[in-house]
Design a protein around this ligand. Structure first.
Ligand code: NAP
Length: 249
């Protein structure tokens, strides 16, 4: 399977969890992958090594993508290394959950900057090379919380809803250059991000998921790989839920 051969992808937050799964899946389909991370250098290098062992091409680049200059430097380093960027996956994200009465201003700022500003930063940096190529695939990892809202996640839900607005606006702006911009909205996926949920609550959530189980990182990665493929060339401005039916409509 190599439908992404000759494509170069940047995946933000690819050292762990969903981003790691996306990086491995894009590489499996032939893409050269830039594995971005902020602090987990060893984990990012392990992802790169796994891709190389399987015969693929990859490199790890450290950057805090919530920082405008660092996001720019990440994209520039990827272009310098491989000459182009075909696929950008804005996956880096975090949570600082609390009811609004208890949520601190810094919890709001951290989550908005890490999840939403980072995506805008990377989109802004990647748009110039993609416009020159007259080709690009931008995929933003949002969340069911950005569609339906979630108690205790006013910051996170706002950041993820913001990513949907960003996706649709850029889809309109960039369509004439054959750049598609889509979002993937996962439901619950077992990663470090959701590891703090008590087991009984995690188990009970299954009752609300029509397909009766949590998603896997691969479930999300397959959706991203599809949106990155040539088969998805007529899809833009779309939010693809990968949530077992949790949020419909
Ligand atoms: P995770 O396991 O906590 O991994 C987060 C990743 O983001 C790590 O690779 C981390 O890098 C990176 N990261 C965090 N802040 C960063 C920054 N400022 N700059 C660059 N990289 C940064 O989270 P996950 O569950 O895989 O989530 C990935 C994405 O999916 C997030 O956007 C999340 O909101 C979304 N999502 C997750 C779920 C779920 O149930 N897990 C559901 C819906 C949506 P380091 O390792 O270097 O810290």
């Amino acid at each position: 399977m190599s439908q992404l051969a000759d494509r170069v992808a940047v995946v933000t937050g690819a050292s762990r969890g969903i981003g790691r799964g996306i990086a491995l899946e894009l590489a499996r389909r032939g893409a050269t992958v830039v594995v971005n991370y902020v602090s987990s250098a060893a984990a990012a290098e392990a992802v790169v090594e796994e891709i190389r062992q399987a015969g693929g091409k990859a490199m790890a680049i450290q950057a805090d993508v919530s920082d405008f200059e660092q996001a720019n430097a990440l994209i520039q380093a990827a272009v310098d290394a491989y000459g182009r960027i075909d696929i950008l996956v804005n996956n880096a994200g975090t949570t600082r959950d609390a009811l609004i009465m208890r949520m601190k201003e810094e919890d709001w700022d951290t989550v908005i900057n890490t999840n939403l500003k980072s995506a805008w930063n990377c989109c802004k940096a990647v748009v110039r090379p993609m416009m020159k190529q007259r080709y690009g695939r931008i995929i933003n990892i949002t969340s069911v919380s950005g569609i339906a809202g979630n108690e205790g996640q006013s910051n996170y839900s706002a950041s993820k809803a913001g990513m949907i607005g960003l996706t649709k606006s850029l889809a309109r702006e960039l369509a004439s250059r054959t750049i598609t911009v889509n979002a993937v909205a996962p439901g619950f996926v077992a990663t470090d991000l959701t590891a703090n949920l008590p087991a009984n609550i995690a188990e009970r959530l299954n009752e609300h998921i029509p397909l009766g189980r949590w998603g896997t990182v691969e479930d999300v990665a397959y959706a991203v790989a599809f949106l990155a493929s040539d088969e998805a060339s007529y899809i833009t401005g779309h939010v693809l839920s990968v949530d077992g039916g949790l949020v419909m409509g």
